[in-house]
Design a protein. Sequence first.
Length: 365
Amino acid sequence: MSLAIGHAGAVTKLIEDGLGHHGDAEVGPGLVDLAVNVRRQSMPAWLAAPIAGSLAELAAYPDDGEATAAVAARHGRDPAEVLLTAGAAQAFVLLAQAFREARRPVVVHPQFTEPEAALRNAGHRVERVLLREENGFRLDPALVPADADLVFVGNPTNPTSVLHPAAVIAELAKPGRITVVDEAFSDTTYKPEMPETEPDSLSRRRDLPGLVVLRSLTKTWGLAGLRIGYLLADPDTVRKLRRQQPLWAVSTPALAAAKACASETAVRAEREIAAQLADERRHLVAGLRSVPGVTVAGDPQSAFVAIRLPGADKLRLELRERGYAVRRGDTFPGLGADWLRVAVRDTATTDAFLATLNDVLEEGL
Ligand SMILES: Cc1ncc(COP(=O)(O)O)c(C=O)c1O
């Protein structure tokens, strides 16, 4: 009984803190969705066919062997270093539960709020390290307490879109610490000088002690409703996390998607999407920078851009009136009421949005 009351109290507190708020709560009928960072394109045949084909096998319990092997091969790892999960979101819960003995869990903010929510729901006392706008929201590993034994950082980071250099993130890893790098959006990053690889991913690094890399397949591939992601870590850590996972947590259609998304065709397509996204992002960022009063955070490198402007909270409501849903920024620790997050879309959608934004600001709020 007391447990149930304690849990309900914790959930209420998380909602009050805004940690439970996500972009999907901002969208609605008739609104152009600039709030959710899931790509909305028709599904390629190489992905749709295996998902559809798997429906004929639903009478059997899922077998994750082939999908695990495919994901491992994609990242140059052993299958024992892979755990498929029901979205990256499930991985946060597994980590929070498996490492209940952590003495000093730290979350680097601003970032996606679910790691902190999962830690708090599992009874952890969470410490925050706040990165600052004046430093471009860049990570300084020295800000993380030396005795922090469970550390969460996003790369690239939602909502700031900042991509930390792999070498800087790697500095966090050390014996006695679990370092969790949320790479849910790593496939959206792109540097023209290395077009075939994700520039700052640690997914292939097997030498860093305690490193856990989280990946999501729900964003680029528009699979948010299917729930599929995975984590990469040393075999002992994978075993420890697997023990926390419900049996058959990843459905047969989700496993079919994981296998397809690990193929060479998929990785090639991801790189092409990332290259196009880079052009579309440049267009959005240039447009936003030309709007009086708008400051673009850091050096955006992912599928969204964080902006600051006075009165952003009121502006968001006015934009809704005019047909655009953007993500509020105030629920991210380290940001506030003057912040919004805007998804990168095709240039026509961006141009129409920028025209509306300019209109609202010229008319005065
Ligand atoms: C940074 C980040 N990590 C992880 C997730 C969870 O993704 P999934 O759909 O794979 O659970 C999200 C979803 O919004 C996210 O923004």
